[in-house]
Design a protein around this ligand. Structure first.
Ligand code: ADP
Length: 466
């Protein structure tokens, strides 16, 4: 809208400028002729006036009429209207005292008075825009006649039309370009934002499967990709959370159901058998221990998820491993397993002693649990660059290749029956991994089924204080 207003104003301004310029030129010529004719008119020197007028008319391709005080044509450079009365609006205005009057006429459509039409008809170039200027011829302060200067303004009119046409076509081009740009902007900005908006509102209503289409490679595509990876991550988290809840409930249900059966059997004993009662109560006690372990493991995991803080201090990791080996030696002996530890040099790491003890204890405990009688478990602590490397190798049952990537997952067990039998919760290794990560370390497992497994933990050594 503003654009078309500017366009039309421009056309008007250019038109006005061109016509004003032209009318000024005509006025200048006519006024100087009128001035020079003042003496001739008084002296009725039509010949001199004719010659001077003719000269100007030829040079300017215009027509000059000289009228006396009664508007009778004394000189006509086209030699047609001599002796006739001639009056137009411009002449009338001059007679009434104006210092000059200019008018534009379209000679083709017959505008203007009868006299004007006859003057224009006689003028070369009939179908043309024509300018008519009337200038007073004064002598002794009195109006003695009127000079009428008729000139063609067709070329100005045409160039104005040309300019109009150009401005209009530019306006059309610019308007089309604006339209196209608008459509493009709509496609590249508005649409992705709309889709993103829709995705966000779907997600806020709980639909975590919401994804948006990624188009192109601009900032919006980056935003769409970020949104998709965020919603994917949220969906995964949501799935693993509900998986966790269902696994946890299942784990808790198993000992509870066992206890229920045991207690019901005891309740309906008739007559009560003291031996069986004692045995069953012992089993109930074991199940309660199991429940305890599961609940405390779950609490540990919840604490880790909530951003558990480490109670860090510098400690000798070799010592720590040796202590855990000592703690577990009776169990190893009981199971007929040879357990030893090689820790050559003192290695300082900055860590939470209780958590690192739990890590090492769990790994060695697993090694003993999953190694048959007569097997061996070897532990070692050594330095490798800026790291302390703890290695626990057993000659046990090993872990099948397809299970190896999952053993650090929550509730993952390779052999479910064996793990339960040995009192495992399936949470041990996932807690171990989280603790190691909290210490800025890594944990890895290698295994050959039937031959044994090796767990390797790497922890960064404490920075030496100088
Ligand atoms: P669990 O409490 O059942 O032992 P973990 O999280 O400690 O659970 O271990 C996960 C699974 O990894 C175990 O169920 C077991 O099948 C396997 N596993 C762990 N350590 C060993 C090992 N040293 N040898 C063989 N299998 C192992």
């Amino acid at each position: 809208m503003a654009f078309s207003v500017i366009g039309f104003s421009l056309i008007q301004l250019v038109g006005e400028y061109l016509f004003t310029q032209r009318s000024r030129d005509d006025q200048r010529i006519a006024d100087s002729l009128a001035e020079s004719f003042s003496d001739y008119l008084v002296a009725f020197d039509a010949r001199s006036m004719y010659e001077a007028a003719q000269e100007t008319a030829r040079a300017q391709q215009s027509r000059v009429l000289v009228l006396d005080g009664l508007c009778v044509v004394q000189v006509d450079t086209a030699s047609e209207l001599n002796g006739q009365r001639f009056i137009t609006a411009e002449i009338d205005s001059v007679l009434k005292g104006s210092a000059g009057e200019y008018g534009f006429y379209d000679a083709g459509n017959g505008s203007g008075s009868y006299w004007l039409r006859s003057a224009l008809n006689g003028f070369s170039g009939v179908n043309a825009m024509t300018g008519v200027y009337a200038s007073p011829i004064m002598s002794g302060g009195e109006l003695s006649g009127v000079l009428v200067y008729i000139s063609q303004v067709q070329e100005i009119y045409e160039s104005l039309r040309d300019i109009q046409l150009r401005i209009l076509s530019w306006m059309a081009i610019v308007a089309t370009a604006v339209l196209v740009i608008n459509l493009l902007v709509l496609r590249t900005i508005t649409r992705p934002i709309g889709e993103l908006n829709e995705g966000i509102s779907r997600m806020s209503k709980g639909d975590l499967s919401a994804r948006v289409r990624v188009r192109g490679n601009n900032e919006f595509a980056g935003l769409a990709r970020a949104f998709n990876s965020m919603s994917e991550r949220l969906e995964q988290l949501d799935k693993s959370r509900s998986q966790f809840v269902s696994n946890a409930s299942h784990e808790l249900k198993t000992p509870l159901s066992t206890m229920k059966i045991l207690i019901e059997t005891l309740m309906y004993q008739d007559p009560p058998d003291p031996g069986m009662t004692k045995e069953f109560l012992g089993d109930v006690n074991k199940e309660i221990d199991r429940l305890n372990r599961i609940v405390s493991d779950l609490l540990t995991l919840v604490n880790i998820d909530n951003g558990m803080k480490l109670n860090a201090a510098e400690l000798d990791i070799g010592n720590l491993v040796q202590e855990q080996v000592k703690r577990l030696s009776p169990l190893a002996r009981e199971n007929g397993i040879e357990l030893d530890c090689a820790a050559k040099e003192p290695l300082e790491v900055s860590g939470d002693a209780l958590k690192l003890q739990q890590v090492v204890y769990n790994i060695i405990d697993n090694a003993i649990k999953y190694t048959p009688r007569g097997g061996e478990v070897h532990c070692s602590v050594a330095r490798s660059g800026r790291k302390a490397v703890i290695r626990v190798a057993d000659t046990g049952v090993g872990i099948p290749e397809e299970d190896l990537p999952h053993i650090f997952d929550r509730f993952y067990r390779v052999d479910k029956a064996r793990s339960r039998e040995t009192g495992g919760t399936g949470l041990g290794l996932s807690i171990v991994k989280q603790f190691v990560l909290l210490h800025g370390g890594t944990i890895d497992a290698k295994s050959a089924p039937g031959k044994g497994s090796t767990f390797v933990i790497e922890l960064p050594l404490a920075e030496k204080k100088s």
